[in-house]
Design a protein around this ligand. Structure first.
Ligand code: AMP
Length: 583
């Protein structure tokens, strides 16, 4: 039987684990390391290198070495080597292939099934691309799960104590913070927030900037346009950063960094921890907003947290740990390995899926609300933000105009009540609706999101049973920044949006009354008819004037007339559809 592996496909490093005697165990690679650099290189001789071998030759082969490709997953970016373009998922697949091969040689069995982790805020396109990378690598991807969830699973599974925890995950390229509710047999993600472009690489870049300045001071030369020197500076910066997690000072020595008229130039500098803290204080501070957002979304205070888990190599930075302490008032838990717990959790999730473990259920949430555009630019939410996945919700809508035989479904993601202020994920048309007055057809719109976070939308005319659907994938998705902005905008414009929505609802209700009046008018006799005529024209005038108060009063008057005559017959098909009513 083929074995299942859990894979943390990281921006900087990747890790793989498998189940052994009911526990998840990290698999060392063939070089003997427990994590593998997520780096791929193509040598000039046509050989493909993955992991540490690729990282080591990056300096001398910078233009043919690719790292942090995870940042480009789901994008249209291509990596060109020897006239061939590689998609990010193809490069990622090469990393996955190595992990698979290393796992197979360690376990001594074939490996096909895998659970792969992604940052919590990865969009559909990014999740799909990750799944595709697995497929290209010859893996059967049973599930894509969020990294913080996976880490908590590794932690929660061992402990099994009911509590609310925060997972603070600062890796090489991404920052995620999640609030989780851990019970004896379930882990529910209450909220997630973060920043898709914040991680250890940025800390390295701060040191690189400082080193460039130091070099300029020493040699009056700018190295920023010299790719070879920049690669060496980046490596030295990361090394210094790692050293500063345990030492107060790091000596950076880069001999023969450049040449000036055949005279070699060297760089010798010493970076102290306090200077490093100053250079990177803005990065540490940038984790504050998402932490507060996640707590707010989960509806809890930091004092309600039982535990704070640190995940990702960058949480080893002392200033980051101090910030977590400061933000939460808690000493972060250290009994979990920040580099390995994500892969271990993915492996445990695999155990749940294959039935090897049956004592825990895992629930993820959707990061933003989903719904459709309705009349007057109003956003009708069908699935709320932070709803546990998988989920399916339906809502019945109707037509906006008389005898409309098709509707366009504009699938939206966001928190604003105004449709156009949200992000459109895709549109499709439902045709073949039975001809009827506005408001009569019943169109059921169903949203379902699977456990991988992939959205499927169906629209069905309940009268004719004709239906259309769409699976949201590809370019329409939102980046982390867009998601954060959507949430902030929603809070800022909440009152304004509500007002606009109310106005539209009022106009909608008025149009419905005019429709009823049109139908009723045909059957009226005697003095009822002029009463209705006058109420109708008062309402039409008010609508034209756009005066809300007058629309409300005229609607009430027309409603009262209609109620008093008590004629609400549905008009036969084929009559005027221009809003007029026949004599
Ligand atoms: P991850 O994505 O979790 O593998 O984290 C990788 C990031 O963690 C890289 O930017 C590393 O430079 C950084 N990192 C690893 N170990 C340390 C350490 N001891 N101190 C500071 N940063 C570290």
């Amino acid at each position: 039987m083929s074995r299942l592996i859990g894979i943390d496909l990281g921006t900087t490093n990747s890790c793989v684990a498998f189940m052994e005697n009911g526990r998840s165990v990290v698999i060392p690679n063939t070089e003997g390391s427990r994590t593998t650099p997520s780096v791929v290189a193509f040598t000039k001789a046509g050989e493909r290198l993955v992991g540490m071998a690729a990282k080591r030759q990056a300096v001398t082969n910078a233009s043919r070495t690719f790292s942090s490709v995870k940042r480009d997953m789901g994008s249209g970016r291509r990596f060109r080597v020897d006239g061939k373009d590689y998609a990010p998922q193809e490069i990622s697949a090469m990393i996955l292939q190595k992990l698979k091969a290393d796992a197979e040689s360690y376990i001594g069995e074939t490996v096909t099934d895998a659970v792969i982790t992604v940052p919590a805020y990865f969009s559909d396109a990014q999740r799909q691309a990750t799944k595709d990378a697995g497929l290209i690598a010859g893996l059967n991807v049973l599930r894509i799960i969020n990294e913080p969830t996976s880490a908590a699973l590794a932690y929660g599974f061992d402990k099994g104590l009911p509590c609310k925890i925060m997972v603070y995950d600062l890796g090489g390229g991404t920052f995620d913070v999640s609030i989780l509710d851990i019970n004896s047999d379930t882990i529910e993600v209450l909220a997630t927030a973060g920043n898709n472009h914040l991680g250890g690489d940025d800390f390295d870049q701060c040191i690189v900037g400082w080193l460039l300045d130091e070099f300029k001071k020493q040699h009056h030369t700018d190295l920023s346009k010299d790719p070879m020197a920049m690669q060496r500076l980046t490596e030295a910066a990361e090394k210094a950063k790692i050293e500063l997690s345990s030492a107060q000072e790091s000596l950076i020595s880069l001999p023969f960094l450049a040449q000036n008229a055949s005279v070699p130039m060297h760089l010798e500098s010493s970076l102290t921890r306090s200077r490093f803290n100053e250079l990177t204080a803005h990065l540490v501070a940038a984790t504050r907003g998402p932490v507060q957002q996640a707590l707010q979304d989960a509806g809890i205070r930091a004092s309600d947290l039982s535990r704070v888990l640190l995940v990702g190599g960058s949480t080893r930075i002392p200033a980051v740990q101090a910030e977590v302490r400061n933000l939460t008032g808690k000493e972060p838990a250290r009994d979990i390995n920040p580099d390995e717990c994500v892969a271990m959790g993915a492996c445990l999730q695999g155990g749940v899926l294959t039935g090897a473990i049956n004592s825990i259920v895992l629930i993820d949430v959707t990061p933003l609300s989903l719904g459709i555009e309705t009349l007057g630019d109003v956003f009708a939410k069908i699935i709320d933000r932070n709803t546990p996945l998988p989920c399916q919700h339906s809502q019945v809508f109707t037509t906006a105009a008389n005898f409309q035989t098709s509707v366009e479904i504009n699938v939206l993601q966001g928190e604003r009540e105004i449709a156009s202020a949200n992000k459109s994920l895709g549109k499709f048309r439902l045709n073949g609706i039975r001809r009827a007055l506005r408001g009569i057809p019943q169109i059921e719109v169903t949203f379902s999101i699977d456990t991988n976070g992939i959205v499927h939308v169906t629209a069905k005319d309940l009268g004719t049973n004709s239906s259309q659907d769409i699976t949201i994938s590809g370019s329409g998705n939102m980046s982390r920044e867009e998601i954060d902005r959507a949430v902030r905008d929603a809070q800022r414009y909440a009152a304004e949006d509500r007002q606009r929505k109310q106005t539209q609802q009022l106009r909608d209700a008025a149009e419905n009354l005019l429709n009823q009046a049109r139908r009723a008018g045909k059957k009226l006799k005697g003095e009822d008819r002029p009463r209705l005529d006058s109420a109708v024209s008062a309402l039409k005038d008010a609508l034209r004037a756009g005066d809300e108060y007058r629309i409300r009063t005229a609607s009430d008057d027309l409603d009262a007339v209609l109620r008093s005559v008590g004629t609400y017959a549905s008009a036969p098909e084929g009559e005027n559809d221009d809003g007029s009513y026949d004599a």
